[in-house]
Design a protein around this ligand. Structure first.
Ligand SMILES: Cc1cc2nc3c(=O)[nH]c(=O)nc-3n(C[C@H](O)[C@H](O)[C@H](O)COP(=O)(O)OP(=O)(O)OC[C@H]3O[C@@H](n4cnc5c(N)ncnc54)[C@H](O)[C@@H]3O)c2cc1C
Length: 531
């Protein structure tokens, strides 16, 4: 008999395991793949070339989680990019962001925008600070029954209202914009020149299958700004050894406190007895009983595939079937003989722009067109690509003088509109992504030595990401905070006693944050102590 069995060894499952083990519980993590880490893993994808094969860049990983799990002591080292972003625009023009040069770079396109940058950053930062506080809390849960049950939730809501009151009216208005408006409208309200709007607007469509002018996309932008690297807020960096270095440090932390972590152990079923979750059955038929059954999976996968429908309330089944998933993401890893030589900034010797998040999408209208083309045809002939060449920051990933890059491509349809399979189009779309980079850096295509491709279908098959959704469910307003994954279940507790959720389908959502795992562990410990 275990205290806790965790289904899935994604980073949130590992964080939850570490906290529960630290509290003295007997914990086992069951992972279907032959490696733990979920979407945060490093693998060899071409002989001699390793990369973070899915998630590829770090910022959102919460500093409290890093400290509590002693991840640095367990080997984690995160470095900053030399500059944040590089946006090649055409044969001559480009924008660099970060590294202390944003203002001068933006002034190339608009003096007015350059002067507004500081104010923009300060306001975004003030609202991101609120999000940082909320992200560590269990959202107020909507409860039914006796009014006494609602009191603690009302107190929680009151505390949040009080936190917001301290912002002052002006920033409350900013917060309202960031939670409801579109990223496009929000940025149009701040800036007039396209390149800076495209750089910031990219965050509004990352993993979010929508136009940058879709209401709610401003929140997705904000979601990508509440992180930090080594104390520097809003910055993105690289974990030496790739994202797998984060999850391997988590494994060491959890194991040091006695957690057992098993790979190649898929779970087939959650055991339910007398309406209570009492354990799991693995793919090979082993029953593992525990006081708490905790799922790291997309909620749709958990409730749709692992639990007998008869054990769940009908209204719950109907609601979870409507959980919206699908990121519009196409992910590639490429092994490179040399660095890209951009026409607008020539040279294939390592320079600061090679260490940046290189965004190919010159303006918000381009991103909007890519979205509508994907909805109509399945993908756009002019797709959005972010390329991060991780080997420019980390010499453990590729042979000397050679490189690995992540291509994070946006706006392909999670399911193809003509009903065909992604298996029929994977190579064509991969060629298109390479050619898209090649248009800006004409040595790119010929420098590719090997490639790995994940269409939305591949992301689902390999990592269990339903519809290829990188966040375990869209970050829509209707699926956030007290509604993640459903009103009444925002407190990490499922609809059955003994059943909990700790994955990105719970507050505060996706990204390599460790926060759902952290928050879930707190609620589980509370219940187990009570019992
Ligand atoms: C292509 C891509 C790029 C991304 N880029 C970034 C990025 O750069 N930075 C960032 O912060 N975030 C990024 N994200 C988002 C982030 O990686 C995810 O939101 C996060 O890793 C999800 O973590 P999780 O622990 O909640 O779930 P997951 O990582 O999805 O883990 C769930 C685990 O459950 C396992 N599992 C599934 N079914 C079963 C079963 N039946 N039995 C046992 N185990 C099972 C899976 O194999 C998996 O290991 C990206 C995601 C993707 C896919």
């Amino acid at each position: 008999m275990h205290d806790a069995v965790i289904i899935g060894g994604g980073h949130n499952g590992l964080v939850c395991a570490a906290y529960l083990a630290m509290a003295g519980l007997k914990v086992v993590v069951l992972e279907r793949r032959n490696v733990v880490g979920g979407a945060a893993v490093t693998e060899e994808f071409h002989p001699g070339f390793r990369n973070s094969v899915a998630a590829y860049t770090v910022s959102l990983l919460n500093p409290k989680v890093i400290a509590d799990l002693a991840l640095a002591e367990h080997g984690l080292r995160i470095v900053e990019r030399r500059i944040a972003n590089f946006l090649p625009l055409d044969d001559r023009r480009y924008l660099k962001v970060g590294g202390g040069r944003t203002r001068a770079e933006v002034a190339k396109f608009s003096q007015r925008d350059a002067e507004r940058l500081e104010d923009y950053q300060a306001r975004l930062e003030a609202v991101a600070d609120v999000l940082r506080t909320l992200a560590l809390q269990t959202p107020p849960n909507v409860v039914e029954g006796h009014p006494i049950a609602a009191i603690s939730e009302l107190v929680k809501s009151g505390r949040i209202a009080n936190r917001l009151r301290h912002l002052g009216l002006d920033l409350q208005r900013e917060l309202l914009d960031l939670f409801t408006n579109s990223a496009g409208n929000y940025l149009d309200g701040w800036f007039e020149s396209d390149p800076i709007k495209a750089t910031y607007g990219f965050d509004g469509i990352v993993g979010h299958y929508a136009s940058p002018y879709t209401p709610g996309s401003a929140y997705v932008l904000l979601h990508h700004c509440f992180g930090e690297v080594n104390g520097n807020k809003g910055v993105w960096g690289h974990a030496i050894g790739g994202m797998g270095a984060i999850t391997q440090a988590m494994v060491r932390s959890a194991a040091a406190h006695g957690a057992e972590i098993r790979v190649d152990t898929g779970v087939r079923e959650v055991m339910v007895e007398k309406g209570t979750a009492v354990g799991t059955v693995t793919e090979n038929g082993e029953a593992i009983r525990a006081r708490a059954v905790i799922s790291n999976l997309n909620p749709k996968l958990l409730y749709g595939a692992l639990i007998d429908r008869a054990a769940l309330p009908q209204a719950f089944i109907e609601r979870i079937a409507k959980w919206r998933c699908g990121s519009g993401t196409f992910r590639m890893n490429v092994a490179l003989a040399q660095l890209p030589d951009f026409t607008c900034l020539p040279g294939s010797d390592l320079a600061e722009h090679h260490t940046a998040g290189i965004i190919i999408a010159p303006d918000l209208a381009y991103m909007e067109r890519a979205y509508f083309a994907a909805r109509t045809f399945g993908w756009s002939k002019q797709p959005i690509v972010e390329m991060v060449i991780s080997s420019t920051m980390d010499d453990t990933l590729a042979p000397p003088g050679q490189h690995v890059a992540s291509l994070f491509c946006q706006h392909v349809a999670p399911e193809l509109p003509d009903g065909s399979s992604w298996d029929d189009h994977r190579e064509t779309v991969a060629d298109l992504m390479i050619e898209t980079v090649d248009r800006y850096a004409p040595n790119f295509k010929r420098s590719v030595l090997g490639r790995q491709i994940f269409s939305p279908l591949d992301l689902e098959r390999t990592f269990g990401l339903v519809g290829g959704d990188i966040f375990h469910g869209a970050l829509d307003l209707g699926q956030m905070f007290s509604a993640r994954p459903m009103l009444g279940h925002a407190d990490y507790r499922g609809p059955l006693p003994g059943l909990y959720m700790c994955g990105s389908g719970t507050h505060p959502g996706g990204g390599v944050t460790g926060l759902p795992g952290h928050n879930a562990a707190r609620e589980i410990l509370r219940d187990l102590k009570r019992r």
